[in-house]
Design a protein around this ligand. Structure first.
Ligand SMILES: *[C@@H]1O[C@H](CO)[C@@H](O)[C@H](O)[C@H]1NC(C)=O
Length: 474
């Protein structure tokens, strides 16, 4: 029922997107340990002495020994702590020395390290949005989320001095004022979590335009794409979407809109009308406003015009994306006027060789050739240009008004290399529910010998800042 859907959609408000940082430096995340497992009671735990690190600990853990970094913090969740076993931890084996992995090289501008959602609920439920690479990284109008009950370390190095965003949420606290967040950045925790040359600045205005806003990340295109490796493609005519680093198989629908258009509502409409259908289950669809550079006759720059770009991928040759693009165009034809859409066109990757563009190009080429020949013939006849005596040109037409057809100019189209593909083909669908029970386990752990760190709910910072590794052997 499109009508019903439309009314439902109009009730929605315009929002910027939420962009959530994926990696964490949590003690409980086994990917953070070089042995691939969270340490248990027989293990000796080592944090690299030279590294700055902020580590969130969610519950209680047994260890044999722990070496802390020179500078860092351990954030103990309510009820969390460490204890040692007097003997061996049953079920832990002989015990190993396990190191906390380095998290220095995780860059803000790596699109693979973010997930996007339209609402906080979507973020929690794992309903992530696909976007082109530039928009996978937080845009100027976006709300940036670092998971609550999570620690992290992000390198914000870029060529810009600041990275403006609407708000930043760290450990459950939302910063939406520039001053407040810059104060946080200069705090101990802030410096452990954010490092690198650029300062993230909160307090940027959100997107006030219901038709959408330009992400603003095109200045960082090179940096963003340097983190992306493109895979191989299997379609005949790969497409290049604005803001994307790799060519893709699929379809791109371009939508021209008026003031009545609402991007958020339209995104919801497409989600309800099409993406929820079983046949489109594998589809990834990214929709955003882009500033398309305009050129007179394809050469002379004329500024840029905003349009809505819809990138559709299906992880295969693009057949399915093409079907969805046709459905979307059909929808625009019948409901475009109420949606504030004036027109839409699509490019697809699966169709062979000739598109309208190629035919137009060939016709233009032939016309230009004919014109040139006519001019040359006229000039020769008027004696302006001398014909060279040798060799004779038998094919030169005698009647300027009827030039013989020159041999077809070779309009071999520039073929894009096909060994590239879309890296964003997969979105991490994992999501952690941050809401969980935290019984105070500390007081009733069997076999507890001693507790050398107790739950405080505040940060524990290694007080020993000397040059050597601090060895906390218990
Ligand atoms: C553990 O860390 C990895 C990489 O940083 C991340 O992708 C994953 O979601 C984390 N796992 C959990 C359970 O949070």
């Amino acid at each position: 029922m499109p009508q019903v859907l439309l009314i439902f959609c109009l009730a929605g408000a315009t929002h910027a997107l939420y962009k959530q940082w994926i990696p964490d430096t949590n003690y409980e995340n086994k990917t953070n340990w070089d042995k691939g497992d969270v340490p248990c009671g027989s293990d000796r735990v080592q944090f690299s002495s030279q590294r700055k690190v902020s580590v969130f600990v969610e519950t209680t853990h047994a260890v044999q020994e722990m070496m802390l970094p020179m500078d860092g913090e351990i954030i103990l969740n309510s009820g969390a702590g460490f204890y040692v076993f007097s003997g061996q931890d049953p079920g832990c084996g002989a015990g190993v020395r396990t190191k906390f992995k380095d998290s220095e090289s995780l860059h803000w501008y790596n699109p693979a390290l973010w997930q996007a959602a339209a609402t906080l609920n979507d973020l929690q439920d794992g309903h992530f949005l696909f976007s082109v690479h530039e928009e996978s990284v937080p845009c100027q109008q976006d709300d940036v989320i670092f998971k609550a009950l999570s620690s992290f370390r992000v390198d914000t190095t870029s060529s810009q001095t600041t990275i403006p965003v609407k708000s930043v949420s760290v450990l459950g606290k939302v910063f939406d004022s520039r001053l407040e967040f810059s104060e946080y950045l200069s705090s101990g925790s802030g410096q452990l979590q954010f490092h690198g040359s650029s300062a993230v600045t909160a307090g940027n205005p959100g997107c006030g335009d219901p038709t959408g806003c330009d992400c603003g990340n095109s200045v960082n295109h090179e940096r963003i794409c340097s983190a992306v490796t493109c895979g191989s493609l299997s379609c005949k005519k790969p497409l290049l979407a604005m803001g994307h680093c790799c060519e893709v198989c699929g379809a791109i629908v371009t939508i021209h809109y008026t003031d009545g258009f609402n991007l958020q509502n339209y995104r919801e409409r497409i989600r309800h009308l099409f993406l929820s259908l079983p046949q489109y289950k594998s589809i990834q669809l990214g929709m955003s406003k882009v500033l398309k550079p305009e050129r007179l006759m394809g050469i002379i720059p004329l500024g840029s015009s905003p349009e809505i770009q819809v990138v559709i991928l299906d992880g295969e040759t693009g057949q399915l994306s093409e079907a969805l693009a046709r459905d979307m165009i059909k929808d625009v034809k019948s409901h475009g006027s109420i949606l504030g859409i004036t027109g839409a066109d699509s490019q697809t990757a699966s169709e062979p060789g000739n598109s309208a563009g190629t035919v137009v190009g060939a016709v233009f080429g032939v016309l230009i050739m004919i014109t040139l020949i006519v001019i040359v013939v006229v000039l020769i006849r008027k004696g302006v240009v001398q014909m060279p005596p040798m060799p004779p040109m038998p094919s030169m037409p005698s009647m300027p008004s009827m030039p013989s057809m020159p041999s077809m100019p070779s309009l071999s189209r520039f073929r894009r290399s096909t060994n590239v593909s879309d890296l964003n083909g997969e979105i991490d669908r994992g999501f952690d529910n941050p809401i969980f029970d935290k019984p105070d386990m500390l007081n009733n752990i069997p076999g507890t010998d001693s507790i050398f760190m107790t739950q405080t709910g505040v940060h524990f910072v290694n007080p020993a800042y000397d040059e050597n590794e601090t060895d906390f052997t218990v």
